[in-house]
Ligand binder design. Structure first.
Ligand SMILES: Nc1ncnc2c1ncn2[C@@H]1O[C@H](COP(=O)(O)OP(=O)(O)OP(=O)(O)O)[C@@H](O)[C@H]1O
Ligand SMILES: [Mg+2]
Length: 467
């Protein structure tokens, strides 16, 4: 199985994808709870919504203890009440190893793969496997390095490396590759180094304490370490964490690990998955691997249809399921793909398996605090009065609209060479960009001038023909 030796590469890929853009939720740095899981009013970028945050914290604790793998949670509430923000806060607060996979319900309807394949991949991206490998290392203090050209002047260089621990000393002959590495790393007497025996990689751990007085050989960044004890050759355990999906991709013959870079993984055969499952189970039994259930977050879950929901039911029952978190702002509505209505557009049998967290609208004070945090996040200075006006706008229209106005107002402010956003700036952008309710009023007034309006029928293409 190719998994183990390709793992190093996978590790690198994951680190690259961890970079995040500044976005709607970039101010959220966690759930803002104290050690007793009590939410602080304002902390880690989160404001208010205390009950929901506490509930999310309890779930998070259960996830960390590995207690509720395969369970599901629904965050339900009006638009703009911080459902997505809370999920992002949970993602930030999860342990670094545990995967957090976020997707929107509508992503299922991609043409590249079937809905069930997309869901399966999402599930498998949310399960981590921590794999332990033993490698052999040589670790010691360099007593002497010597690299020489043969006396004839031509041919390969030859080298010797003398390493010691507090208990022993050995001379090693150096091959070509090792000589290159040692020259590149500028290894010299007094360095403490490790050599990975399988890959031949040389790394410098620091300078030996006994050399601490050689001032000319050191600079301020030099790290001093003790000369190692015992044997020169050691066994060390290294740990990689990858997701099951990554192992799937690497081992599916048509894809190869390059697919991980392009994200273009296509469908994966179920035989491959079965093989991986049994391999992972084997590793677990041998104590080589550990399963780390993560979180799959499906936002706007009402976009899923009845087939997806019943597939979810089934996936949740598999023994390697992650914790599923969903969010929706819909009330009682039609389940996609049926003519039945149900709460949140989710079938009752799935609802029955969920824990539900409700979010509620913000007070004036909370709205103001959120706007303040967003100003800080976007590096915008705002006069107190302007912030008060913006808060009122937020309460009367929507929090999102008010957040959007921050960037726009700060641009207007910069154009007039101001440094602090004033009430005037806010007024200006408020008149430039209308919000949803003003837009609706406007449309109602002038609907006749638009195409395809439904309220009166006048102006509609079909009615035009009749008249
Ligand atoms: N309690 C909060 N603390 C800090 N920021 C918040 C809080 N609640 C919401 N926000 C911010 O307000 C904006 C809107 O919130 P969010 O997108 O989470 O709403 P939502 O409940 O997911 O809405 P929708 O149902 O429309 O998806 C986001 O930028 C979010 O980060
Ligand atoms: Mg949302």
């Amino acid at each position: 199985m190719a998994a183990a030796n390709t793992l190093n590469k996978v590790q690198e890929v994951r680190e690259v994808t961890r970079l995040e853009r500044i976005g709607a939720h970039s101010h959220v740095r966690g759930l803002g709870l104290n050690d007793d899981l009590e939410p602080r009013q304002v902390s880690q970028g989160m404001v208010g919504q205390l009950a929901a945050r506490r509930a999310a914290g309890v779930i998070l604790e259960m996830i960390k203890e590995g207690k509720i793998a395969g369970r599901a949670l629904l965050i339900a509430g009006q638009p703009g009440t911080g459902k997505t923000a809370i999920a992002m806060g949970m993602a930030q607060a999860m342990s670094k190893d545990a995967p957090f996979q976020a997707m929107a319900g509508s992503e299922i309807f991609s043409l590249e793969m079937s809905k069930t394949e997309a869901l399966t991949q999402a599930f498998r991206k949310s399960i981590g496997v921590r794999i332990k490998e033993e490698t052999e290392l040589i670790e010691g203090e360099v007593v002497e390095v010597s690299v020489e050209r043969p006396a004839t002047g031509t041919g390969a260089k030859v080298g010797k490396l003398t390493l010691k621990t507090t208990d022993m000393e050995t001379v090693f002959d150096l091959g070509q590759k090792m000589i290159e590495q040692i020259t590149k790393e500028k290894i010299q007497a007094g360095d403490i180094i490790t050599i990975d025996k399988s890959s031949g990689k040389v790394s410098k751990l620091g300078r030996s304490f006994t050399r601490a007085r050689d001032y000319d050989a050191t600079d301020s960044q030099t790290r001093f370490v003790q000369c190692p004890e015992g044997e020169l050759q050691k066994r060390k355990e290294v740990v990689h964490t990858v997701t099951i999906h990554e192992i799937d991709v690497i081992n599916s013959r048509t894809q190869g690990f390059l697919a991980l870079f392009s994200g273009d993984t296509g469908e994966i055969k179920s035989e491959v998955r079965e093989q991986i499952n049994s391999k992972v189970a084997e590793w677990r039994e041998e104590g080589k691997a550990e399963i780390i259930p993560g979180v799959l977050f499906i936002d706007e879950v009402h976009m899923l249809d009845i087939e997806c929901f019943s597939f979810l039911n089934r996936l949740l029952e598999s023994d390697m399921a992650p914790v599923l978190i969903m969010a929706t702002n819909r009330g009682i509505t039609r389940i996609r793909g049926t003519n039945y209505k149900s709460p949140h557009g989710i079938p009752i049998d799935l609802l029955d398996r969920l824990l539900i967290i409700a979010t509620s609208p913000y007070s004036e004070k909370e709205t103001k605090q959120i706007l303040e945090i967003r100003c800080e996040e976007e590096d915008v200075e705002m006069e107190e009065q302007a912030l008060t006006v913006l808060t009122r706008i937020g309460l009367e229209t929507s929090l999102r609209y008010a957040i959007q106005l921050i960037t726009a107002a700060s641009l207007v402010c910069r154009k007039r060479k101001g440094t602090e956003v004033s009430v005037e700036d806010i007024k200006k952008v408020y008149s430039l960009f209308i919000d949803e309710s003003r837009s609706t009023t406007f449309l109602k007034e002038y609907q006749e001038e638009f195409m395809f309006n439904e309220l009166t029928g006048a102006g509609d293409a079909t009615t035009m023909e009749v008249s």
